[in-house]
Design a protein around this ligand. Structure first.
Ligand code: NAP
Length: 495
């Protein structure tokens, strides 16, 4: 009976999700008439068929964004803030719908999906408040002979490209500051999880966003569809979240028109545990940093670097905690670990585990796919991982934790920084000075000190090295969508 009610609730929700493209304020089929299937990764079954945009649709979306730009930039900041505030209230009121939709199309457990709704909605609230704080300055030049007027203006039409792993938060983290700044947008969500973006776009419309400000074009041909937009001289900015590999290519394309770019790319986070750490707290932090989103997060702890004196205790307790996390369909209340997004991802995770084990590592828990429907993989802890194992240098994107050991603080720093990525690091120690020293020595855009999850709409999220450029959230987030204009004024006392 309960299963029937749950299935009916899923069907009712799916029936309310728009399945067409949003262009210039109207929901429309793609010009080619093509559609594609969005599937549930825990069953492999189709959830909905939705419109598949092509380059003609992208051009129409660009036309709409360009046409709306001047009027949108001229709206009162308070008006833009109020739209975001209403969207925050609406997403919060429909939290259960957004959570279930993300669980259905992406697979994460419902409790985590609810957490993402709170996190994703918080960008709407944060930037509704930031919208009215576009302060400039007026000052006297150093020689006293002129005046300097400095203001901020919206950069103009933006192309936003988002990944599949956080379907709501990755969209609101870009859309909210763009709305606050007065930019129009074309959003291309990932083909694997476009439904949340479509539902969110409808909420933005209902919150009063004018036609053409946000256009949404899901597509199965990302490069062919967005490529011409990136070369369109009316586009002013590209904000991308995804893999470093695709980000690099898009940066090269963006050079044609010298576009402003924000690049939130891959990670390879070190999780460093010192001998003086509270080991139980470190284990709890490790489970959170590893299993959040099944390990499919750019912020996921990828390498566990543990002091040799506490390595056995940490590994054993961590393995016990990982083993106790039930895998299953995200809609089931007991599920802690959902499926991976597709078979390709699961095969890649397993190839990394196999490479490590072939090189001498031991899987002290897990180490294999879960048999049956869906793309499930066992939560896995590997010890004795050799320095040359691929799993230490590649982004795992799955529930697998390789552990290596260190002796001195300098060695921990060297191991942690030994990657081309620099998004986030986690450090567990009871010594505050050591924690602060680690912050100074680690080449990462963010660090968690005795914390396994640090994402916060009020904080600047972003990386260094090949993890990207720019920051999302915090005071910095809106700056990505503004440019600075300086007006030099002659001495008002001169005549
Ligand atoms: P991805 O393959 O790079 O795709 C990201 C987005 O780019 C998707 O919308 C994708 O569309 C699109 N795309 C792919 N090729 C493109 C092209 N040639 N031109 C234009 N768009 C293109 O990454 P993913 O597998 O979705 O996401 C996982 C990656 O994102 C991981 O590396 C993760 O670390 C990173 N990530 C980073 C952050 C951060 O804030 N730093 C946050 C979350 C995720 P289709 O999927 O439809 O092809």
């Amino acid at each position: 009976m309960a299963t029937t009610i749950a299935a009916a609730a899923e069907q009712t929700l799916l029936a309310s999700v728009p399945t067409s493209l949003l262009i210039g304020g109207s929901w429309q089929a793609s010009k080619s008439g093509k559609t594609f299937a969005v599937e549930d990764p825990s069953t492999g079954k189709t959830l909905l068929e939705i419109a598949d945009a092509g380059s003609e649709d992208a051009a129409a979306a660009m036309d709409a964004a360009a046409a709306a730009q001047a009027g949108w930039a001229a709206t009162a900041p308070r008006e833009r803030g109020e739209i975001l505030r209403r969207a925050f209230e609406a997403v919060t009121a429909r939290a259960d719908d957004f959570a279930l939709l993300m669980t259905l199309e992406m697979g994460k457990p419902l409790a985590e999906a609810r957490g993402e709704v709170t996190y994703g909605a918080e960008f709407l609230r944060w930037f509704s408040e930031e919208a009215v704080r576009g302060f400039g300055r007026y000052s006297t030049s150093p020689d006293g002979k002129s005046r300097l007027l400095v203001t901020k203006k919206p950069v103009g039409p933006c192309l936003l490209i988002t990944p599949w792993n956080f379907p709501l938060a990755m969209a609101t983290r870009k859309i909210a500051p763009a709305v606050a700044a007065g930019c129009t947008m074309v959003l291309k969500p990932a083909a694997l999880t476009p439904l949340t973006s479509l539902l969110f776009a409808q909420v933005m419309q209902e919150a009063g966003l004018p036609d053409g400000v946000l256009n949404v074009i899901p597509t199965t041909s990302a490069g062919a569809t967005t490529g011409p937009l990136i070369k369109d001289s009316r586009l002013r900015k590209l904000s991308f979240t995804g893999s470093t590999e695709v980000g690099r290519r898009l940066m090269a394309d963006a050079s044609t028109n010298v576009l402003r770019t924000s690049m939130e790319l891959g990670g390879n986070a070190p999780f460093v545990v010192f001998a003086d750490a509270d080991i139980d707290a470190a284990v709890a932090g490790a489970v959170a940093a590893k299993l959040r989103n099944m390990g499919e997060a750019c912020t996921a702890a990828n390498r566990f670097i543990v002091h040799e004196d506490v390595a056995d205790e940490f590994a054993n307790k961590f393995a016990e905690a990982m083993k106790a996390m039930p895998t299953g369909r995200g809609t089931l209340p007991e599920t802690k670990v959902g499926p991976l997004i597709d078979e390709k991802s699961r095969a890649k995770v397993h190839s990394l585990v196999k490479d490590a084990v072939d090189g001498g590592a031991t899987a002290i828990t897990g180490g294999a796919a879960v048999e049956g429907h869906g793309y499930f993989y066992q939560p896995t802890v590997l010890t004795g991982v050799s320095a040359s194992a691929r799993i230490l240098s590649e982004e795992i994107f799955g529930p697998v934790a390789p552990i290596v050991t260190f002796g001195t603080e300098a060695e921990a720093v060297r191991l942690a920084n030994n990657t081309e990525y620099g998004l986030v690091a986690y450090v567990f120690t009871r010594d505050l000075n050591r924690g602060l020293r680690m912050g100074e020595q680690l080449d990462t855009g963010m660090m968690g000190l005795n914390a396994g999850v640090i994402s916060n709409a009020a904080a600047p999220f972003g990386g260094v090295k090949q993890s990207g450029l720019g920051r999302e959230g915090g005071l910095e987030g809106i700056e990505e969508y503004l440019y600075t204009q300086y007006i030099g004024i002659a001495d008002p006392y001169a005549n």
